[in-house]
Design a protein around this ligand. Structure first.
Ligand SMILES: C[C@](O)(C(=O)O)[C@H](CC(=O)O)C(=O)O
Ligand SMILES: [Mg+2]
Length: 295
């Protein structure tokens, strides 16, 4: 991949060429390496993932800029793939949002999504979400757009309004968010494929569909989503949820059986781990350095 392009340019060109672009959630740098090796073209750092995996907290707006920045920087250091980061509500007023954007740009993030929930946010697929006014969300977007120094950095506006206000209200919000300067739209927690069609017909920007498991949205396949108008399909926590279930089985087996032998067959082998990490090229380098020292 060309190093002369910016992360934002790589994200925008992936959105334009993949039909649709699958964006896979990677809760850590090693997950990112695996996703890259499989051939994915864009990665996601989930706000819920940071809260749950890195801090053992629920996704209720308890983490903040630096918590997410640390994980984002770890992923961008490990891979060239463009990274979309969940910045929740931006963590404050206009100055806080500006800082968020500048810091995200600095660690090599390609895109962020900022949402219209109140600061005491909830997961987008939980009941009783509350959203701020259109005007307040537009101010958030303007602050974000104004703060970016790289024009290609992507500001995606997420609307959580459909659940409480209905599909048409969500579409009108999306239109206003684009007017305020957003580049792309995250239509959260839609319940029917046809809703994506309605967004696409009335919203002139790339649309993201969130295929999070155990949520309000059916797990549509990417072809149907693309046909319905989704340009991006997000899988925020699938790998995390699967890894969690596997880890739990290991902990239980150790407790119940006193050994892990029943679990080994499904573990990633040391060989595969090293392969994803390029371990041997590092070891070879070390051997060369030592040989030089001796010689
Ligand atoms: C996409 C999301 O914002 C996230 O933080 O990953 C969550 C996902 C989830 O809780 O399943 C959301 O949809 O609110
Ligand atoms: Mg989130």
């Amino acid at each position: 991949m060309s190093q002369t392009t910016t992360p934002g340019q790589r994200f925008r060109s992936a959105v334009a060429t993949a039909k649709p672009l699958q964006i896979v959630g990677t809760v850590n740098a090693y997950f990112a390496l695996m996703a890259e090796r499989v051939g994915h073209q864009a990665l996601y750092l989930s706000g819920a993932g940071v809260a749950n995996a890195s801090y053992g907290l629920p996704d209720l707006g308890m983490t903040s800029l630096n918590d997410v920045l640390i994980d984002a920087g770890r992923i961008t250091s490990a891979t060239e793939l463009p990274l979309l980061v969940d910045i929740d509500t931006g963590w404050g007023g206009a100055f806080n949002i500006a800082r968020t954007i500048k810091e995200m740009e600095k660690v090599g993030v390609a895109a962020v999504h900022i949402e219209d929930q109140v600061a005491q946010k909830r997961c987008g697929h939980r009941p009783n979400k509350a959203v701020v006014s259109i005007e307040e969300m537009c101010d958030r977007i303007k602050a974000a757009v104004d703060a970016r120094t790289d024009e290609s950095f992507v500001i995606m506006a997420r609307t959580d309004a459909v659940a409480g206000e209905g599909i048409q209200a969500g579409i009108e919000r999306a239109q206003a968010y684009l007017e305020a300067g957003a580049d792309m739209i995250f239509a959260e927690a839609l319940t029917e494929l046809d809703h994506y069609r309605q967004f696409k017909a009335q919203v002139n920007a790339p649309i993201l569909a969130n295929m999070t498991e155990f949520g309000k949205t059916e797990l549509f396949n990417k072809e149907d989503l693309f046909e319905a108008g989704a340009d991006m399909v997000l899988y925020p926590l699938g790998a995390f949820r699967a890894a969690n279930a596997a880890a739990l089985e290991v902990f239980e087996a150790l407790k119940n059986d006193g050994h892990q032998r029943s679990q080994v067959a499904k573990m990633q082998t040391r060989k595969d781990l090293y392969d994803f990490l390029n371990y041997h090229s590092y070891e070879d380098k070390l051997d060369t350095l030592f040989a030089q020292n001796k010689g």
